[in-house]
Design a binder for this molecule. Structure first.
Ligand code: G1P
Length: 294
């Protein structure tokens, strides 16, 4: 049984839905409550037992790499000012995981981004966490990646997360055609990237959390560009499911598409409500606001 100790976080997409993301601030660095989106994604991986994180960053994404670096001036200042709590958080970010950055020179799609992680992944199994999506298990339940890792280690089969979407949203996602084995646990029969609702019966979408056995890399090496001229991870997953099997599972954690305006706002509100310093005040404010909106 192989253990999952490595993860790839693709953070190469431009993110044209936010103005700053098209200039100097990558969307993964936009703040949710008090930390950038990428912080939550790395934290999820670390909590799932991942030790090495391969960040696939495209052009204009230096800020993400810098975020995981030592910042001597800041740490020195915080130490001198006796701001121990903040200092602890800043050092924790750096010590959370071994973050290795690989530059994706050409934006050739998610499949290509994942393949770019091969020099670090080598022959091992690995998780993939899309860099602009946050999943948050409340009340100490295992996070989505942790659930996938556990399933992989039990079954020795690649496992991906799925969520039910409405018909109008089918064309925004990779869609899995599945067969339920036990409640919330499926065998994947086929996959299709961003289909029209008429092209598939399935409403099971891929929310951007995967654990793969290493054979996906061999399949990606052979992959050809398809939709939008990009190498789609979903196409290679389809080959994986036909050749070696692929499982899927649902999850109870909350998921926020923080790369989307509404998802970004929802993440700020809901994680703000969970924040020990802010929660009570924010709740009061939301309740008042809700009254005035009636
Ligand atoms: C990517 C994947 C898609 C997945 C989605 C999740 O698409 O290609 O299969 O369902 O992320 O957000 P993107 O949103 O990058 O276009």
């Amino acid at each position: 049984m192989s253990k999952v100790k490595k993860a790839i976080i693709p953070a190469a997409g431009l993110g044209t839905r936010f103005l700053p993301a098209t200039k100097t601030v990558p969307k993964e660095m936009l703040t949710i409550v008090d930390a950038p989106i990428i912080f939550y994604v790395v934290e999820e991986a670390v909590k799932a037992g991942i030790e090495d994180i391969v960040l696939i960053a495209g052009r204009g994404k230096h800020a993400i790499e810098d975020f995981f670096d030592t910042s001597y001036e800041l740490e020195d200042r915080l130490a001198k000012d006796g701001k121990e709590k903040l200092l602890e958080r800043v050092t924790k970010i750096r010590e959370m995981a071994n973050v290795i950055s690989i530059r994706q020179k050409h934006a050739l799609g998610l499949g290509h981004a994942v393949l770019s992680g091969l020099p670090i992944i080598g022959k091992e199994p690995f998780a993939v966490l899309l860099g602009d999506e946050i999943t948050m298990g409340f009340h100490n339940e295992p996070n989505v990646t942790a659930q996938l890792v556990r399933s992989f280690e039990e079954t020795n089969t690649s496992t991906i997360s799925v969520m039910k979407v409405e018909e109008k949203d089918v064309s925004k996602y990779g869609i899995a055609e599945v067969e339920e084995k036990t409640t919330g646990f499926f065998k994947v029969n086929s996959l299709i990237e961003k289909p029209k609702p008429s092209e598939t019966q399935s409403r099971w979408a891929l929310p951007g959390r995967y654990v793969f056995d290493n054979r996906i890399m061999d399949i990606l090496k052979e992959a050809k560009p398809t939709l939008n001229g990009e190498i789609q991870l979903t196409d290679s997953m389809k080959v994986l499911c036909q050749r070696h099997g692929l499982n899927a599972m649902t999850f109870t954690a909350q998921r926020y598409d923080a790369g989307d305006k509404l998802g970004y706002l929802q993440a700020n509100i809901e994680l703000g409500l969970q924040n020990p310093e802010l929660g009570a005040e924010l709740k009061k404010y939301i309740l008042q606001l809700a009254q005035s909106l009636k």
